[in-house]
Design a protein around this ligand. Structure first.
Ligand code: GAR
Length: 202
């Protein structure tokens, strides 16, 4: 069975969706480790309640990114982690993790990338007045939400929608899309297409 690590900073609704899909045997993987840069976050509570090993830390207790990522790398190796799944992990991943896990770290972002990268993507879309936004799952590289796209799903912003309405519909889509993509990845059936039309299988 494929060991995956989920990295999260917040509520952990995407962690829940993935864990439930695994429970239903829709994804052939085990969440063997949860990593959080917010020790008091809900996701830490949820992971512990499921009996999953948690590595939580305060970034300020370390000299810099390389310091805490070295600890994370050690835990990932100890648990034989094959895929790192970022689920609301609000930090850029540095080379300490990117190099050994090249092409093996994925992220979910609440917009149709390359539109609205970074923080508050739903708010950015809402303010821009777009009529369609959505969700992207992509491989992580050194940039901010810039890696090769694995899958996307669109949602419409309807007349009269509030930002909260859009946020809720985005999350509903995320909770279906992320387990689907992780399921394909662990079976070696996920693909990216680059701008020259080359397809790469993961
Ligand atoms: C999700 O909506 C995810 O797309 C977003 O954080 C939320 C985490 O929610 N991630 C980003 O904005 C990354 N740039 P959750 O903790 O309930 O899963």
């Amino acid at each position: 069975m494929t060991n995956i690590a989920v990295f999260a900073s917040g509520t952990g609704s995407n962690f829940d969706a993935l864990a439930e899909a695994i429970d239903r045997k829709e994804v052939e993987a085990v969440i063997s480790l949860v990593v959080s840069d917010k020790p008091s976050s809900k996701v830490v509570e949820k992971a512990k309640a499921r009996g999953i090993e948690v590595l939580s830390f305060q970034p300020k207790d370390f000299g810099g990114k390389a310091g805490y990522e070295q600890v994370i790398l050690g835990a990932c190796r100890e648990h034989d982690i094959e895929w790192i799944v970022l689920a609301g992990y609000m930090r850029l991943v540095g080379t300490t993790l990117l190099t050994p896990f090249e092409g093996r770290i994925i992220n979910i972002h609440p917009s149709l990338l390359p539109a609205f990268p970074g923080k508050n993507a739903v708010g950015q879309a809402f303010k821009a007045g777009v009529r369609v936004t959505g969700v992207t799952v992509h491989l992580v590289d050194e940039g901010m939400d810039t890696g090769p796209i694995l899958d996307q799903r669109a949602i419409r912003i309807e007349q009269g929608d509030t930002e909260e309405d859009v946020q809720r519909r985005i999350q509903q889509v995320e909770h279906v899309l992320y387990p689907e993509v992780v399921g394909r990845l662990v079976k070696g059936e996920a693909e990216t297409h680059d701008k020259t039309g080359i397809t790469e299988r993961f």
